[in-house]
Design a protein around this ligand. Structure first.
Ligand code: AP5
Length: 217
């Protein structure tokens, strides 16, 4: 099964992908996590993309498509995956379609997470990340046991691009570059809209009932 989770920054895609990829035993492929991993390790791609992530702009399509294409060829992705944060432009969507066709597969469903802007901002600005175990918290909705400290013991950090000014850039880039994908996938009868308000459990159930359960073996 091949799924795309589409939606604005901070809408809760990553949280759902982590749960559902475990539940349905398919890998999650999150381009943002891949870029952040490359930056942390100072790889050539990390050095190339650092300024884009820090300023909230999209990494050029060529770089992103090449990285995803390589990832999709790995053994664990042969039986399916959930894409989180890719595609984000029409060019990426067309490239993905070609990649999937070349291996005689298809995208089974695109879940579009819809949420009002004020709640998106609350989710992003309250997010805290663990640099050691990668756990994601929220100051109000999902706080750690001890303030500022991950339950694994490491000090929590705020992503550089989760500052208010960078968030505004990310939201306008999303509006301009990524929202055309809603129509693009709707025209192909692949889109399921998910109301992303409510608790993590409630949203998860909406995705299961919105087709993920029915489509999974
Ligand atoms: P990326 O890492 O993909 O960021 P994003 O799409 O902006 O998404 P986020 O990670 O911010 O949010 P999310 O929807 O996963 O929310 P989460 O589940 O964490 O991309 C970062 C950058 O990389 C881009 O700006 C760009 O530079 C580059 N990049 C990545 N992909 C690219 C591509 N394809 N092309 C070009 N460039 C690319 O949740 C947010 C918070 O809310 C958390 O604190 C969580 O605990 C909380 N939360 C989640 N669900 C709920 C709920 N139901 N109720 C209450 N709180 C909730």
């Amino acid at each position: 099964m091949r799924f795309i989770f589409l939606g604005a920054p901070g809408v809760g895609k990553g949280t759902q992908v982590k749960r559902l990829s475990r539940e349905y035993a398919i890998p999650s492929i999150a381009t943002g996590d891949m870029f952040r991993g490359a930056i942390a390790k100072n790889t050539p791609i990390g050095l190339e993309v650092k300024s884009y992530l820090e300023s909230g702009r999209l990494v050029p399509d060529e770089v992103t498509i090449r990285m995803v294409q390589e990832r999709l060829c790995e053994e664990d992705a042969k039986g399916g995956y959930i894409l989180d944060g890719f595609p984000r432009t029409i060019k990426q969507a067309k490239a993905l379609s070609d990649i999937v066709k070349q291996s005689n597969n298809k995208i089974d469903r695109v879940f579009y997470f819809d949420l009002e802007k004020e709640e998106i901002k609350r989710r992003v600005l309250g997010r805290r990340n663990c640099p050691a175990c990668q756990q994601v918290y929220h100051l109000t909705y999902d706080p750690p046991k001890k303030d500022g400290v991950c339950d694994c013991g490491a000090t929590l950090v705020q992503r550089k691009d989760d500052q208010p000014e960078t968030l505004d850039t990310r939201l306008s880039v999303y509006q301009k570059e990524t929202t055309p994908l809603i129509d693009y996938y709707e025209r192909q009868n692949l889109l399921t809209r998910i109301d992303a308000s409510g608790t993590v459990d409630e949203v998860c159930e909406k995705v299961r009932c919105g087709g993920m359960q029915a489509l999974s073996p």
